[in-house]
Design a protein around this ligand. Sequence first.
Ligand SMILES: Nc1ncnc2c1ncn2[C@@H]1O[C@H](COP(=O)(O)OP(=O)(O)OP(=O)(O)O)[C@@H](O)[C@H]1O
Ligand SMILES: [Mg+2]
Length: 244
Amino acid sequence: MIVFEDVYFSYGTRSVLKGLTFKVKESERVAILGGSGEGKTTILKLIVGLLKPDSGRILIDGEDITLKEEDELMDIRKKFSIVFQDGALFDSLNVKENVAFCLREYTKMSEEEIEQKVRELLRIVGIEEAIYYMPDELSGGMHRRVAIARSLAVTKPKMFLYDEATTGLDPINAENICQLINELSKDGTGHIIVTHKLVDALRVAERFIFLKDGRIVFDGNIVELKESQYPDLVIFKKELQYVI
Ligand SMILES: Nc1ncnc2c1ncn2[C@@H]1O[C@H](COP(=O)(O)OP(=O)(O)OP(=O)(O)O)[C@@H](O)[C@H]1O
Ligand SMILES: [Mg+2]
């Protein structure tokens, strides 16, 4: 369970989050939506302790991570598989080496075990054939898949966190990535996807949280979303008529 209690956060004098309170259960499939610069990526970084709030508390499975030191945070991070928006691959390494990177870093696997594990992960994300491709030979969709495989390499997460997993992809690739996200959560593992595309959020989420000016202005399911009269949701809801 992720709990935010009245969380405030600013970068220097720039106030980004102004009193966020919400709870997300491990098995939930949630989309956090909002315009560019609203603080979506910041929220994911706070969840895994890469940033600390100015005030308020963040609890992960009942533990207050705002009080934890860097070495204690490693155990928290292992609960999550996180694919960052700028989750760039290492340009000079092929797909295999990109996915194997954390395995080499954090485990004592043999070369053979690493190869096996990398192939297994690439199979899960559907691009085993690209194992020896270099990053510049990958399409945008393949690139995302490799980033997802890499995030899965070290641990089986209790929850997936995706930052703009479909942004910049053509509609077909975006839909494929959404399918993959749903596939990975089929066993009941939940996910939080951060996006500004409601169409993609609708494909993978059952709960929608909208951010505006550092605050949550909507938190509810699809029925509540359709009924909401909040003006800033109107632009998002225009998309709804095409997908539902
Ligand atoms: N390291 C940083 N230093 C200073 N300001 C930052 C930093 N990172 C983000 N910001 C600012 O904080 C605000 C929130 O950033 P954040 O990346 O969380 O937004 P976002 O909702 O993820 O946006 P996008 O949809 O464009 O990815 C933005 O105005 C951004 O300019
Ligand atoms: Mg972002």
